[in-house]
Design a protein around this ligand. Structure first.
Ligand SMILES: NC(=O)c1ccc[n+]([C@@H]2O[C@H](COP(=O)([O-])OP(=O)(O)OC[C@H]3O[C@@H](n4cnc5c(N)ncnc54)[C@H](OP(=O)(O)O)[C@@H]3O)[C@@H](O)[C@H]2O)c1
Length: 218
C-alpha cells in the first residue's frame, strides 16, 4: 500500500522542493496537495502519484470542503507549508490583512487537523515555522504571530500526545514565494536555495528517530 501524505500549501519554494525530492525516492507514496491555486507541473515519481484539491485557508467554505476531503482521504502524514501576511508597520496595515495572516498561517491548519486527529489515522504532522520570525521580524508582525502560535500549539500537542508525531520545522531565509526579490537578505547573500532544504526536510521527516522533535536550520 502506498503511504499517504497530505501537503497543505505547496508553492514554489520549500513545499515544491520537498515534493521533488520525494518523487526521486523508491517508496510507493500517494500525495494529496491542498492548495489555493492548482499547481503547475506536479511531479510524479516512478512510485509516487499526486493529486490536487482546492483549499483556500482564508475562506470558510473552501476550508470546510477541504476538511471533508481530507477526512475521506485519511492521510498518514500531514505536512504544512502555507503562510504569509502583510509587510509593513502593524498599525498601517489593514486589520483584515492581519486576520488573513492568522487564518492562513495558523487557524486554518488547526481546524483541518482538529477534524482529522479525532479519526486516529494521522500518525504525523509537521508544520513550517520560521527561525527569522521567532527571533524578531519587523514589519511582519501578524506573520510572526502566526509562526509563534504554530510553535506553541505543536509543543502543546507534543506534551499532550507523546505517541503522535507532531514536529516543528524552522528554516532561515531561502528563495521561495514569500521572499520578495530583491530582498535585503538576498542582497546580503543570506538566502539559501530550497533544494538542499527539501532534502533535509524529507530525511528528517521520514526518520522515526526524530519522533516529536523540532528542527531548526540556519
Ligand atoms: N522563504 C523564506 O525565506 C522562509 C523562511 C522561513 C520560513 N518560511 C516558511 O516556509 C513556508 C514556505 O514558504 P515559501 O517561501 O516556499 O513560499 P511559497 O512557495 O509562496 O509558499 C507559501 C504557500 O502558502 C500558500 N498560501 C498562501 N495563501 C494561502 C491561502 N489563502 N490558502 C491556502 N494556501 C495559501 C501558497 O499557495 P499559492 O501558491 O496558491 O499562493 C503557497 O503554497 C511558509 O510557511 C513560510 O512561512 C519561508
Amino acid at each position: 500500500m502506498a503511504e499517504k501524505i497530505a501537503f497543505i500549501g505547496l508553492g514554489q519554494g520549500l513545499g515544491r522542493s520537498v515534493l521533488k525530492f520525494l518523487a526521486a525516492e523508491t517508496t510507493a507514496r500517494s500525495i494529496f496537495v491542498l492548495q489555493r491555486k492548482e499547481p503547475l507541473d506536479l511531479p510524479d515519481g516512478a512510485l509516487m502519484t499526486t493529486h490536487w484539491q482546492k483549499c483556500d485557508l482564508s475562506q470558510s467554505d473552501s476550508l470546510s470542503t477541504a476538511a471533508t476531503a481530507l477526512k475521506e482521504w485519511q492521510p498518514e502524514r500531514l505536512w504544512f507549508f502555507a503562510g504569509g501576511g502583510p509587510y509593513g508597520e502593524f498599525q498601517n496595515k489593514k486589520w483584515s490583512a492581519h486576520e488573513w495572516a492568522l487564518q492562513v498561517g495558523l487557524l486554518g491548519l488547526m481546524k483541518l487537523s482538529h477534524d482529522l486527529l479525532s479519526q486516529n489515522v494521522l500518525k504525523q504532522m509537521i508544520v513550517t515555522g520560521s527561525l527569522i520570525a521567532d527571533d524578531r521580524d519587523p514589519w511582519a508582525s501578524s506573520y510572526s504571530a502566526s509562526k509563534a502560535g504554530l510553535a506553541a500549539w505543536v509543543k502543546s500537542l507534543q506534551g499532550e500526545s507523546p505517541n503522535f508525531d507532531a514536529r516543528l520545522f524552522r528554516p532561515t531565509y531561502f528563495s521561495g514565494g514569500l521572499l520578495p526579490s530583491p530582498s535585503l537578505p538576498e542582497r546580503l547573500q543570506l538566502v539559501q536555495r530550497p533544494d538542499g532544504l527539501g532534502q533535509n526536510f524529507v530525511r528528517w521527516a521520514l526518520n522515526p528517530l526524530f519522533h516529536s522533535t523540532n528542527f531548526a536550520l540556519s
